[in-house]
Design a protein around this ligand. Sequence first.
Ligand code: H2B
Length: 96
Amino acid sequence: MVERLNAEDREAALALLPGWVHDKAVDSIARDFRFKDFSTAFAFMAQVAMLAEKAGHHPDWSNSYNRVRIALSTHDAGGLSEKDIALALEIDRLMP
Ligand SMILES: C[C@H](O)[C@H](O)[C@H]1CNC2=NC(N)=NC(=O)C2=N1
């Protein structure tokens, strides 16, 4: 079972993830993405879905037209783990 990150490791990770915001209340990280249109947003979501399946780790997310909000936490750990950081880094790599 994967461990929750301590504050020091979390802050070090967040420094590598500009745009991601830590939600203290639930110990998750979230980022808002905005695209040209729905089709571009959905193509991004399809890519994230494939990354998530490969990692066995899945986003909590919402989509409204050209916006996608992604929140990551490790439900099993009750907060952030290295799995969230790894997936966030991979998601950022999809961006131009
Ligand atoms: C059994 C399976 O590995 C677990 O339920 C996985 C699936 N995807 C998951 N995704 C996220 N974000 N958190 C989890 O704790 C989680 N657990």
